[in-house]
Design a protein around this ligand. Structure first.
Ligand code: GLP
Length: 266
């Protein structure tokens, strides 16, 4: 993994926006080698960590952004789409509207489907049909989860129903009027689905994330820290502020690598 430590969440947003805008600009000339699909496909995440990325993309909006497709990582099960905290609503507010995307090209797992198992399969198929995800944005939960892949998630899992841990439900209670209102179940892209993205950008800020970040980046590969699965990804970058980087041990080396990165990586 490439670890990049930046001074603020604004600079993290700008750094990520650079990478995304570069990818979008390159797409028309390269296309997908195997499928011929031309649209850039962005994997989007909810939570507060990625918000500076969407803000930066909104500020630096270019018409090419309107043509991209987007796939969200996860959704609560049983929350109506119109609930303000359903990820359908959050993605609509924070991503589709800000980036002026075509709503018909923005996909969120269907946690309100009559047949959730079929909906999970259909989500995997839709990602494949779009040509796969070019860049997946990720946050990380205190439990080390990415998407809603809670500890013990299989590294080869695909989109499926999971039960949220009490810790995640407590963390997310801030978005609901009472902790009991937080759904018990969710639908999430699997770790295998996430590992299939061509590029991954994980964003974490603040001291509350320091332990999970250290386990994901420098700890052993373990389903007890689902974020550690990213060590298997060939092109994963972790964007951190100083507080989120505080428990890493190779910080000096990460800074050295970043300061001496070759011209083509800048
Ligand atoms: C939720 C989301 C995750 C996100 C996590 C952390 O559980 N399903 O995708 O990474 O929250 O959120 P935050 O960035 O607000 O700390």
């Amino acid at each position: 993994m490439q670890v990049v430590i930046l001074p603020s969440s604004e600079s993290i947003g700008d750094y990520a926006a650079d990478v995304i805008l570069r990818g979008v600009a390159e797409r028309p000339s390269t296309g997908h080698m195997n499928t011929g699909h031309m649209n850039y496909v962005l994997g989007v995440a909810t939570g507060s960590s990625p918000l500076p990325i969407y803000e930066a993309l909104e500020r630096r909006w270019v018409p090419e952004l309107a043509a991209i497709s987007a796939f969200a990582l996860d959704e609560y099960v049983g929350l109506p789409y119109s609930h303000p905290e359903s990820y359908h609503s959050v993605i609509d507010r924070e991503v589709t509207t800000r980036l002026r995307l075509d709503p018909s090209k923005v996909h969120v797992p269907d946690g309100f489907a009559d047949d959730p198992v079929a909906a999970c399969l259909a989500y995997e198929t839709a990602i494949q049909d779009a040509g796969g995800i070019d860049l997946q944005i990720l946050g990380i939960g205190g439990s080390g989860h990415i998407g809603f892949n809670e500890p013990t998630s299989s590294f080869s899992s695909r989109t499926r129903i999971k039960t949220l841990t009490p810790e995640t439900r407590r963390d997310n209670a801030r978005f609901f009027s009472s902790p009991d209102e937080v759904p018990l179940h969710c639908m999430t892209q699997g770790l295998g689905t996430i590992l299939d993205a061509r590029k991954v950008l994980l964003v974490a800020t603040g001291e509350k994330k320091a332990a999970a970040v250290a386990r994901a980046v420098e700890g052993p590969l373990t389903s007890m820290c689902p974020g550690s699965a990213l060590q298997l990804h060939p092109d994963a970058t972790v964007l951190l502020d100083e507080a989120a980087a505080a428990e890493l041990t190779l910080t000096d080396y990460y800074r050295f690598v970043f300061d001496n990165r070759p011209e083509w990586q800048r």
